[in-house]
Design a protein around this ligand. Structure first.
Ligand SMILES: O=P(O)(O)OC[C@H]1O[C@@H](O)[C@H](O)[C@@H]1O
Length: 268
């Protein structure tokens, strides 16, 4: 049987996402970077990379694009940041809808990147995965089910987050807290305290989206012995470019790039 031809993809990006767009293009000969004039889109197959939803142009032209094309969007654990637009008559699948019924979401995950990184840790580390709340457990547990797990409960009281262990034992282990995103950092900090109080030897964190409004990443930077003990590693992806720039070469942060997985997804 004849193999379907690989698609040429035109990749459009906002200024903030240029580094990520270049990395995606470096992963595949089929991806070509393009600049865009929002008011006159005429290309056959178009792809936007957004740093976050804040980068979506508010102009009418974007709404026009979304209603005139089938839009395929790529969603990493709840945050949409990449759209592919194909002319309507080429659309074949319409499983889930976002802006309107011409949008085809493609759901992807950053967890394989975390798993690869965990394999590089010393063999002596007994890895346990912790979920700070039920939402994180629901979202991720199936992808990480070969690790022992700690499941926590979280309640919010105003700005405060109260985290308790519901299930599992972190004692003596390197516990990696897994969540979809970080904002103020309150959830991760409270979760770390509970895990340490229950005997975790080491605590690290992985979140797909390091949103960190108001420079809240500063709460995690290693400054003294106490902060070094709190989080050994803090892994994020490059879905939020301004954070990637801000935390560059600051321990305990490390960026796991989504570029390869985006390049692969563009051929779906
Ligand atoms: O505690 P901060 O970092 O402010 O907020 C992040 C948390 O809020 C939830 O929506 C996310 O799923 C995550 O658990």
């Amino acid at each position: 049987m004849e193999r379907p031809q690989k698609k040429q993809v035109l990749l459009f990006y906002c200024e903030e996402a240029e580094d990520l767009a270049r990395k995606v293009a470096a992963h595949s000969d089929l991806v070509r970077l393009q600049s865009i004039n929002w008011s006159s889109v005429g290309a056959e197959e178009i792809l936007f990379v957004f740093a976050d939803m804040g980068c979506v142009p508010s102009s009418r032209s974007f709404c026009h694009i979304c209603t005139s094309y089938a839009v395929r969007c790529l969603i990493y654990s709840g945050v949409t940041f990449l759209f592919q637009l194909v002319p309507l008559n080429e659309s074949k699948r319409k499983e889930r809808f976002y802006f309107n019924d011409t949008i085809l979401p493609v759901f992807e995950t950053g967890i394989p990147l975390l798993k690869q990184r965990l394999q590089q840790l010393p063999k002596s580390d007994k890895i346990v995965v912790a979920f700070p709340d039920d939402g994180a457990w629901k979202r991720f547990h199936k992808l990480l089910d070969h690790f022992p797990m700690v499941i926590c409960n979280k309640v919010r009281e105003g700005d405060k987050r109260i985290v308790r262990i519901k299930e599992g034992d972190p004692a003596g282990c390197h516990v990696v807290i897994v969540d979809d995103l970080v904002q103020s950092g309150g959830t991760l900090i409270e979760c770390q305290k509970v895990l340490a109080a229950h005997g975790a030897a080491k605590v690290s964190a992985y979140v797909t989206h390091g949103v960190f409004p108001k420079r809240s990443w500063e709460r995690f930077v290693h400054k003294n012995e106490e902060s070094e003990k709190a989080f050994a590693h803090f892994w994020i992806t490059d879905s939020c470019p301004s954070t990637v720039k801000a935390i560059a070469s600051k321990a305990p942060f490390e960026v796991l790039s989504l570029a390869g997985s985006i390049a692969d997804a563009l051929q779906i």
